[in-house]
Design a protein around this ligand. Structure first.
Ligand code: SAH
Length: 283
């Protein structure tokens, strides 16, 4: 299978023994891997992967040892320091190490911390960005994170603080004012506090919200709701993490841009969900 996808050219970087490549695996769909990720998967002796890495992606590294280093809610999980030190030890043993993380390694994934530890231990590293769930996952749901008619800024927020407990350390009034579109990672546990905080800070209860679970995988689900009703709607629909929550009017674009629905035969629900006339649309 690997030969089918021979990478053209000869200047692809070589993963050398003793190195760690910290690589994003994208949000799920293996087709969203980068070519650098694929190049890394083919060379690694060991792949240390997270809970959110789609298992099919590991099939691209049949020669490598696959080590799970995830942190999953409710299950005993490796401590961050232990994972980082394990990477150091693997590299020192002379292995070609691929550290594979969901989405982009530097977006809410502690990739920065792991990279720092590696550098502190004089382990040479390469960083391979990936498609973050808050961008690519929403695109699969037919939601552009920016649209010229809606927002000039987008805010990415984590719904957990460092302790994983409450988002109380975040300045929700500032977040509410910051941008027309707010994309929340890891927000399901604190959905009602987040909704309450945004409404209290002045975002309208009727503002459109989309919750996208297991984005870009065959199990992807999309719930269209509003700030005021998202808690009960998510419970009724049984939405479970991992989920991206998108607050803002770009969510309405899904009425036109639900490309997966259209591929499955659904008609667009609205050709101009913002209700502008044709002249404005083409301006
Ligand atoms: N580095 C990752 C984010 C890690 S934090 C990235 O760039 O995407 C983990 C959170 O990411 C999850 O709790 C969820 O909010 C989000 N996430 C990751 N993959 C996802 C997916 N396939 N569908 C929905 N949310 C996802």
């Amino acid at each position: 299978m690997n030969d089918t996808f021979a990478l053209p050219g000869s200047d692809w970087p070589t993963l050398l023994p003793g190195w760690v490549w910290l690589c994003g695996a994208g949000p799920g769909d293996p087709g969203l891997l980068t070519l650098h990720a694929l190049n890394a998967l083919r060379q690694a002796d060991v792949v240390v992967y997270d809970a959110l890495v789609e298992p099919r992606i590991l099939d691209w590294a049949p020669q490598a040892r696959h080590l799970y280093a995830g942190k999953r809610g409710g299950k005993p999980s490796a401590k961050q320091r232990d994972i980082s030190l394990q990477l150091v030890e693997l590299a020192r043993s002379g292995a070609r190490v691929l550290r594979l993380k969901g989405g982009d390694p530097f977006v809410f994934g502690r990739g920065g911390e792991e990279a720092q530890t590696l550098v502190q231990h004089a382990i040479p590293i390469r960083i391979i960005p990936g498609i973050s769930a808050g961008i690519g996952g929403l695109a699969y749901a037919g939601i552009p994170v920016t649209h010229r008619d809606v927002n000039q800024a987008v805010t990415f927020v984590t719904g957990h603080d460092q302790s994983g407990q409450t988002p109380s350390s975040l300045d929700w009034p500032a977040i509410a004012r910051s941008a027309g579109v707010i994309v929340i990672y890891m927000g399901m546990k604190h959905l009602s506090q987040i909704a309450g905080a945004l409404i209290a800070a002045g975002r309208p209860a009727g503002e459109p919200v989309a919750i996208v679970t297991e984005a870009t995988t065959p199990a992807q689900r999309v719930l269209e709701t509003t700030l005021g009703t998202m808690v009960s709607d998510a419970a009724t629909a049984g939405m479970e993490p991992p989920a991206i929550i998108c607050v803002g009017r770009t969510v309405l674009m899904r009425q036109t841009l639900d490309w997966q629905g259209m591929a499955a035969g659904l008609a667009p629900r609205h050709l101009d969900p913002l209700g502008r006339d044709d002249a404005a649309q083409t301006a």
